[in-house]
Ligand binder design. Structure first.
Ligand code: ADP
Ligand code: MG
Length: 767
């Protein structure tokens, strides 16, 4: 039994925190981390102990400036000259401990365990921007690489330095992303759809069809890693910064086969190294009053909240508060399900909690420290995975033959190629029934307890799954290596989509032989079908002869070299220019309006003054005392009956009203605030239902030249009299509308707020 190793790491202040002049609230003294509550004077200090504490902030030494100090230290004066008599001088020390320090403490120990044949896991936790990815992946620059590249490089270094020449080493890597409880293969962008997570009675949870790439050198891994990181970034840009909301899991399967020279007995040790960059923890708080009850939040956080629950439950088991370990909710999320062994099971596990040093992040930082504090209580029971593969293959073989026998007894025969033969009609009928039943059947079929007699359909299915796994396990490492080479080094074309903003990371492979490029309309089917203004039905042909690719353009086919970046910049510039012009125009218009109003108000003022003048003149002609009685007011000719409004009076009143109406932007703000929750819900439901539809607010202005549709306008006015409304808004009317982007069909619709609010779950379904 060993406990989870926990490290805390404070990153330097970032530009935002510096510009906001944030105070530091974290202190570290040896292995003790102290956090100060900036908002509370009393009871404001909490302290925690962890296995490792990393302080990466430049140490600020406060010293009195001594002009005659001859020391050659690099100093920066941070106080302004008028800050009083005390001048603060900061002394910069190189930031220690660096990436190397973290690796030496945590990475090396974990790699040692991997060589011994243990499963290992390192995961990084913390709010977005706290340094998780920096810790796990780091940057490509010298000395900035994170734990993952260092472990990979070191692994191969150690293998090549090893004296054990008889040892056979095999390394396979996979890289996946979990977002909204779905798994995406980062090493195989061809595989666009999400992968299924299954559980096998013998193998436990696994991701079906996840690419496992065989590698022979650090450079191989680095290339795959770069490819995966790129796929991750591309997806993140397409889906509004998902990378902070998704979990990235990099897995290395490291197997060492040795042969005892004396006995000739072969043993194989296998270690699974799981390196996990978790989603930003700030969204994990489902109890927070930030509207996280919304489905989007709930789903994105499912893995992270469940991880929290699992860690808490395991901590309770360890501290004997809870007796049974059975109630650990591993199965409640994809992440915890897949990492089950790493959390309190067969694994050596370490966690790095990434922290911001700044006072503005106090709440998140404290919650990260508490999380880390719980994690360190978890006990894991790691065992060396010796001959796990051989054992697995044996067990699988037994399971397969058991299932075959069972089916045979039922009159069902499964051929080598997976086809099923039924020897009597009763089973055909049964099969039809099962088919109907199994339409809604998911992973549960695979989860079926092997001790229970499965239905024929389930047994056939189970058999097929087993044989697939078996084939994978039996595949020699050389075969796997060849596949990886094929995938990685097949010549390919990247991102040919004509609209760069629509591009997913499209990769078209140029296979051996002929690859035709053209449009869908071509008579001969085209291998790569493109849509675009200049794309001919049969545009060109690639010929790949043993890795040498030749391009043969068809007659007249255009080959423009478009510099996408330049193109985008040009468009951006144009848009900025247009925006600037429109702003200028608006300003002029506004200025004109303003002058207009001021003139009118002046006129109004003048008139009021004239009237009061008339009044006072009138009163000076009459008896003042009499005028003070009510009767006299009514007999006053100025107030006779209803006050008659002159044309000018009407005009002035209308102007005032208009002016008031033009301040309607405050009501726009109310519309935005009041309906944000519906918008968020709509987006959440869209994600939940896997609709490629996005909702966002937009402001639309009704003008004579760009009239708004009636349903949008009606939301702007409660009056049915259009003319009257138009008269009140002589220039324009602006409403809050909802832009509905149908990404699948490339269409954009505009909805009124009312429509958004009226739409229930059912209608989103039909979208
Ligand atoms: P996260 O993955 O937690 O959202 P990142 O790892 O992307 O955060 O870190 C945010 C920024 O802070 C990055 O620019 C990163 O380079 C920088 N950073 C994080 N940790 C450190 C550190 N220990 N030393 C220097 N820079 C860091
Ligand atoms: Mg990150």
């Amino acid at each position: 039994m060993s406990s989870v190793k926990v490290a805390v790491r404070v990153r330097p202040f970032n530009a935002r925190e510096v510009s906001r002049e944030c105070d530091g609230i974290i202190e570290m003294d040896g292995n003790t981390t102290i956090i100060t509550n900036p908002k509370q004077i009393n009871d404001n200090i909490k302290s925690f102990n962890f296995d490792y504490s990393y302080w990466s902030i430049e140490v600020l030494l406060t010293v009195k400036a001594s002009p005659d100090s001859g020391d050659q230290v690099l100093v920066t004066v941070t106080a302004s000259p008028d800050s009083g008599d005390q001048v603060l001088v900061t002394h910069r020390r190189p930031s220690l401990p660096s990436q190397e320090r973290v690796y030496q403490d945590i990475g090396v120990e974990m790699l040692d365990h991997a060589f011994q044949g243990y499963n290992v896991c390192i995961f990084a936790y913390g709010q977005t921007g706290a340094g998780k990815s920096y810790t796990m992946m780091g940057k490509a620059e010298h000395d900035q690489e994170g734990i993952i590249p260092r472990i990979c490089r070191n692994l191969f270094q150690r293998v090549s330095n090893s004296n054990d020449i008889d040892a056979q080493i095999s390394v396979e890597v996979s890289y996946m992303e979990i977002y909204c409880e779905r798994v995406r293969d980062l090493l195989n962008p061809k595989n666009k759809s999400h992968l299924r997570v299954r559980e096998h009675p013998l193998l436990g949870p696994y991701v079906e069809d996840l690419s496992k790439m065989a590698v022979t050198s650090y450079e191989d891994i680095r290339d795959l890693m770069d490819q995966g990181n790129k796929a991750r970034t591309v997806a993140a840009t397409n889906m509004n910064e998902t990378s902070s909301r998704s979990h990235a899991v990099f897995t290395i399967i490291f197997a060492q086969k040795t042969c005892d020279p004396v006995s000739g007995v072969e043993t194989e040790k296998v270690s699974k190294i799981s390196l996990v960059d978790l989603a930003g923890s700030e969204r994990a708080d489902s109890t927070g009053a930030k509207g996280t009850r919304l489905k989007e939040g709930a789903n994105i956080n499912k893995s992270l909240t469940t991880l929290g629950k699992v860690i808490s439950a395991l901590a309770e088991v360890a501290s004997k508060k809870k007796k049974k370990a059975e109630f650990i909710p591993y199965r409640d999320s994809v992440l915890t399900w897949l990492l089950r062994e790493n959390l309190g099971g067969n694994s050596k596990t370490a966690m790095v909690a990434a922290l911001s040093p700044a006072d503005i992040n106090y709440d998140e930082t404290l919650s990260t420290l508490r999380y880390a504090d719980r994690a360190k209580q978890i006990m894991c029971k790691a065992v060396v995975n010796e001959d796990a593969n051989a054992k697995m293959i044996r067990e699988l073989r037994e399971e397969i033959s058991r299932l075959r026998d069972l089916l045979k007894a039922e009159g069902v025969q499964v051929e080598e190629d997976g086809s099923v033969i039924y020897s009597n009609d009763r089973h055909k009928a049964q099969e039809l029934r099962n088919n109907a039943m199994n339409q809604s059947c998911t992973e549960e079929t695979v989860n079926a307890n092997p001790a229970e007699p499965p239905s024929a359909k389930a047994a056939v299915h189970q058999l097929q799954v087993n044989e697939k796994i078996m084939a994978e396990l039996n595949e020699t490492w050389e075969e796997k290596l060849r596949k990886t080479d094929d995938m990685t080094f097949t010549p390919h074309l990247v991102n040919l989509n004509e609209d760069p903003s629509m591009s997913e990371c499209l990769i078209y492979y140029i296979k051996e032989g002929i690859t035709r490029v053209g449009s869908a309309e071509a008579n001969i089917p085209q291998d790569i079908q493109l849509i675009g203004l200049h794309i001919y039905n049969e545009h060109c042909i690639f010929e790949n002869r043993e890795g040498v690719v030749m391009l043969f353009p068809n007659e007249g086919a255009l080959w423009l070299r478009i510099d996408l970046k330049k193109e985008m910049e040009k468009r951006l510039e144009n848009m900025e220019e247009q925006f600037r012009k429109e702003k200028e125009e608006r300003k002029k218009e506004y200025e004109k309006e303003r002058q207009n109003y001021e003139a009118r108000i002046d006129a109004l003022q003048k008139q009021v003054e004239e009237q009061s003048m008339t009044m006072s003149m009138y009163s000076s002609y009459t008896n003042t005392e009499e005028l003070n009685t009510e009767d006299d007011i009514y007999s006053n000719p100025l107030f006779e009956g209803e006050v008659p409004w002159t044309e000018r009076d009407y005009q002035l009143a209308a102007t005032c009203f208009q002016k008031w109406r033009f301040h309607q932007f405050t009501s726009l703000r109310d519309d935005l605030w009041g309906n944000a929750v519906f918008l968020k819900e709509a987006n959440a439901i869209s994600v939940e239902l896997k609709k490629k539809v996005q909702f966002q607010f937009t402001l639309m202005t009704h003008t004579m030249y760009s009239p708004l549709p009636a349903d949008l306008l009606s939301s702007a006015s409660s009056s049915s009299d259009e003319d009257e409304e138009d008269a009140l808004h002589p220039t324009s009317r602006t409403v809050v509308a909802v832009e509905v982007q149908d990404l699948k069909n490339g269409a954009t619709h505009y909805w009124s707020i009312e429509k958004l609010r009226a739409r229930g779950v059912g209608q989103y379904h039909q979208m």
